[in-house]
Design a binder for this molecule. Structure first.
Ligand SMILES: [Cu+2]
Length: 267
């Protein structure tokens, strides 16, 4: 019994390794990572973004083809900044960068819509609508409004103001409607030059579920960037080699959790 269970898994792993650059069990995440989550100083108002399709905890990934769109939402309007994205290489993979300057107080949301990514190992396409927020000059209002994208995580805790050990709460929307009992994958991103170390594969990608109202809660144990990926099947198919294939729609949100060091202010 056990043997027959193991064999398909081994075959799956071999196939996955052939297509996916790294360990196959690890989850894919769209990534939009600002160089800082909050701008406080006009002399230091430039924010540089690292944009990629990745296995964050393992810190390796896939090539990200030229996105469908990259939008900046601020002051109630969306601006397409796709033309300002710069292609770069991370190892031998294509990733992207983007630079933005905070010009006035307010919260800006940055949203990547990638091209569908065909993942043979999972026999489906993956599209991760990926979002991050940056708040500037003390105005941190408006982060709890849906942006109206295909699928998104709407924060229910201020994304620019959470410490490691705080509970983050988000609401998952698909086509504007709450997703009850939906899966949300969670991964830590150790940073550009590090990779995480977990006791087992099941600890690389943590998983939580939304409640009947589409809300989920998660409490990161450590500071840094944490990604939340709410995954749902699209109500349409895309063709690979003439065959209809499932499409995974991900609503991905990246949130920075600060280290809690209250004594520093007193020093
Ligand atoms: Cu992969």
């Amino acid at each position: 019994m056990r043997k027959t269970l193991l064999q398909p898994a081994a075959v799956f792993a071999a196939i996955a390794l052939a297509f996916c650059a790294a360990a196959p069990a690890y989850a894919h995440f769209g990534m939009v990572i600002p160089s800082k989550p909050t701008v406080t100083d006009a002399a230091d108002s430039q924010v540089d973004f690292d944009i990629k399709f990745w296995h964050p905890f393992e810190n390796n990934g896939m090539t990200l083809a030229k996105p469908v769109s990259f939008k900046v939402y601020s002051d109630g309007k969306a601006t397409d900044a796709l033309a300002d994205l710069k292609e770069k290489k991370t190892g031998d993979l294509v990733t992207w960068s983007y630079s933005w300057k905070a010009a006035r107080p307010g919260v800006a949301a940055f949203v990547l819509e990638p091209q569908p990514y065909w993942e043979p190992a999972e026999d489906k396409f993956i599209i991760h609508y990926t979002k991050a927020y940056v708040d500037a000059f003390g105005d941190d209002e408006g982060w709890n409004e849906p942006l109206g994208i295909k699928t998104e995580i709407v924060p229910r805790a201020k994304p620019g103001g959470v410490y490691a050990g705080n509970t983050f709460v988000g609401k998952v929307l698909l086509d504007g409607k709450a997703v009850p009992n939906g899966e949300v994958e969670v991964e830590w991103y150790p940073g550009p030059d590090r990779k995480g170390d977990a006791p087992s594969e099941s600890m690389v990608t943590q998983v939580t579920l939304t409640d009947e109202n589409g809300n989920f809660a998660f409490t990161p144990p450590a500071p840094g960037w944490w990604g939340f990926a709410a995954l749902n099947d699209a109500d349409y198919k895309l063709k690979s080699d003439g065959q209809d294939k499932d499409v995974e729609l991900g609503a991905v949100l990246w949130v920075y959790f600060h280290e809690f060091r209250p004594s520093e202010a007193a020093q």
